[in-house]
Design a protein around this ligand. Structure first.
Ligand SMILES: *[C@@H]1O[C@H](CO)[C@@H](O)[C@H](O)[C@H]1NC(C)=O
Length: 454
C-alpha cells in the first residue's frame, strides 16, 4: 500500500486522541464523496495519464520535481477540431511544511497520481451525458504545484519546486503541438483551485489562438471570496497570502490588478473577473460548500464547534447561521455584478450547498440535475458557449431551490470510519514509526494544509 495512506491513518489516530482534526476528516470525507460520486455512472470512460516528456528541461515540474501530466481523450466527427481544457483542483499549499507534505500526495507528485481517471460530466464522451462537448478533444490537466498553476519559484532547502506557471505554459505548448493549434473552438475550464486557475489564465489561453478561433473560459466553484469568517477573522485571505508569497505568484498575476491592489487581493477572483477580456462563464453555488467549511466556519474560527452541525448539514443551521450564509451570498452577487454587465459573459449562481458541479454527472446533466428556472447546468453552459441564448442565471435565496444536490457531511459516519481506521493502525503504526518518525511534524502541518484541500 502507498505510504501516504498510512500517513492518513496516523492523522486519524492523532485526531481521535486530540479531537483537533475534526475538520480535516470532514474535508477528506467530502473529497472522497465528490470523487466517488463522479465515478458513479454505469461505466465511465477511463482515460490514462500522459506525463509531459521533456517538461523538466523547461523547469516545468511538480512540487517534488516529477513530470506534470494530463489525461486526454481525442475528439471525433464535428468535434475533431474543438478542444476543452479542464484544470484539476485540489486546494493549495501555503507553507514549506504543508508543501513538503503535499509532495507525498497526488497533488504534488506524479508518483502518486492515479494512472487513469473517469471522464464524467463535462468530460464525458457520451452525448446523453454531455450533449455539447462529448465529441470534443477533452483534456484534464493534473494539478501538482499547489498554487493554481500560477507560482514560479523554488525552495532548495526543502527541495520544493513551485512551477505552476511553467506547468501551465508547457502543457499548453505540448497540446498545441498535438493538434490544438488547429482548433476552431476552445474552452478553458476548471473546478475549485482549477476554477481559480481558469480565471487567472483565461486571457493567456485566448492569446494562444488566432482571432478566428472561438475561445471562452468556464470557472466552476472558483469564486473564492475574500470573506470574513464566523470569528471576524480572514482565514482564507491569510492562507492565500501564504500561497502568493511562498510561491511568488505575484509576477504572474494580471498587472491591471497588481498596479492597483496588493498581490494577495489580486489572487481573489472578485478583483479580477471584471477585467478579463475573454468571454467567461462563472458557475458557482451561492453557499459554496468548501467555502462554508474551510473559509467561513473552519474549526480555527469556531473552537467550540458551535458551527459543526450547521456546516455539516445546512438543515441543522439556526436562523442566525442561515443569515450569515445569506450575507455571504450577497457578497457573491456583489462580486459578480460588474462582470455580469458584459453581454459576452455568463452566470449560473444557484442557491445550493455544493462545490464543483461540472464534473459530476448528477449535477452536470441528468434528469434531476440542479436547475435555475427550467434550465440545468450543461444546457446553460452550452447555450452561452454557442451563443444560443444569453445566460445570467441567479437563483432566489435559500431555501427556494428544490433541485440542489447539497453536500451533507455525516458526523456519525465520520466517527465510524475513524474508529475502524484507528483499529487498523495498531498493526500499521510500529512498522511506520521506524521509517517515518521524521514525518510526524509534517503530518501536523498536513492537517492544516488539508483544511484547504479541496
Ligand atoms: C444560533 O447558533 C449560534 C451558535 O450556536 C448561537 O450563537 C446563536 O445565538 C443561535 N441563534 C439563534 C437565533 O438561535
Amino acid at each position: 500500500m502507498k505510504p501516504m495512506l498510512y500517513f492518513c491513518f496516523v492523522i486519524v489516530l492523532i485526531r481521535s486522541a486530540s479531537g483537533f482534526f475534526e475538520d480535516l476528516d470532514a474535508r477528506e470525507t467530502s473529497l472522497s464523496y465528490l470523487e466517488n460520486d463522479a465515478a458513479a455512472t454505469s461505466e465511465p470512460l477511463m482515460v490514462p495519464l500522459t506525463l509531459i516528456q521533456g517538461a523538466d528541461s523547461k523547469g516545468a515540474v511538480c512540487l517534488d520535481g516529477t513530470l506534470p501530466g494530463y489525461h486526454i481523450h481525442r475528439g471525433s466527427g464535428s468535434g475533431a477540431n474543438s478542444w476543452l481544457i479542464h484544470l484539476e483542483g485540489g486546494g493549495w499549499c501555503n507553507t514549506i511544511r504543508n508543501c513538503v507534505y503535499r509532495k507525498t500526495t497526488r497533488r504534488g507528485s506524479a508518483k502518486f497520481m492515479e494512472k487513469q481517471l473517469p471522464f464524467t460530466g463535462i468530460l464525458s464522451n457520451k452525448a446523453e451525458e454531455n450533449p455539447d462537448f462529448f465529441n470534443w478533444n477533452r483534456v484534464k490537466l493534473r494539478y501538482c504545484d499547489g498554487a493554481s498553476f500560477s507560482g514560479d519559484s523554488q525552495n532548495e532547502g526543502a527541495q520544493l519546486y513551485f512551477r505552476g506557471q511553467r506547468i501551465w505554459l508547457t502543457a499548453m505548448q505540448d497540446l498545441m503541438a498535438k493538434g490544438m493549434q488547429n482548433a476552431d473552438q476552445a474552452l478553458l475550464s476548471g473546478c475549485s483551485a482549477g476554477g481559480l486557475a481558469s480565471i487567472l489564465h483565461c486571457d493567456e489561453f485566448r492569446d494562444l489562438f488566432p482571432k478566428t478561433t472561438k475561445v471562452k473560459c468556464l470557472s466552476d466553484a472558483g469564486m473564492f471570496l475574500d470573506a470574513v469568517d464566523v470569528s471576524g477573522g480572514h482565514t482564507l485571505r491569510n492562507m492565500f497570502a501564504g500561497v502568493v508569497s511562498l510561491q511568488e505568484v505575484q509576477k504572474n498575476l494580471p498587472s491591471t490588478c497588481t498596479s492597483q491592489l496588493d498581490p494577495t487581493s489580486c489572487f481573489f477572483p472578485q478583483n479580477l473577473v471584471a477585467n478579463i477580456k475573454t468571454p467567461m462563464f462563472l458557475l458557482n453555488a451561492a453557499y459554496d460548500a468548501w467555502q462554508v467549511q474551510a473559509s467561513l466556519a473552519p474549526r480555527t474560527a469556531d473552537p467550540h464547534g458551535y458551527w459543526s452541525d450547521c456546516k455539516s448539514d445546512h438543515a441543522h443551521c439556526n436562523s442566525s447561521q442561515i443569515q450569515f450564509f445569506q450575507d455571504f451570498r450577497n457578497q457573491m452577487l456583489n462580486a459578480v455584478e460588474v462582470f455580469s454587465k458584459s453581454n459576452e459573459n455568463g452566470l449560473f449562481i444557484n442557491s445550493c450547498f455544493a462545490h464543483c458541479q461540472s464534473e459530476r454527472q448528477d449535477t452536470w446533466y441528468a434528469d434531476d440535475s440542479p436547475r435555475i428556472g427550467d434550465k440545468g447546468i450543461a444546457k446553460s453552459v452550452g447555450d452561452w458557449y454557442f451563443d444560443r441564448a444569453a445566460l445570467k442565471a441567479i437563483d432566489c435565496p435559500y431555501p427556494c431551490d428544490k433541485t440542489c444536490r447539497n453536500l451533507v457531511f455525516n458526523n456519525d459516519v465520520i466517527s465510524e470510519i475513524t474508529i475502524s481506521q484507528s483499529t487498523r493502525l495498531t498493526f500499521v503504526l510500529p512498522s511506520l514509526l521506524g521509517a517515518c518518525l521524521l514525518d510526524v511534524l509534517y503530518i501536523f502541518e498536513c492537517a492544516k494544509g488539508f483544511a484547504f484541500c479541496q
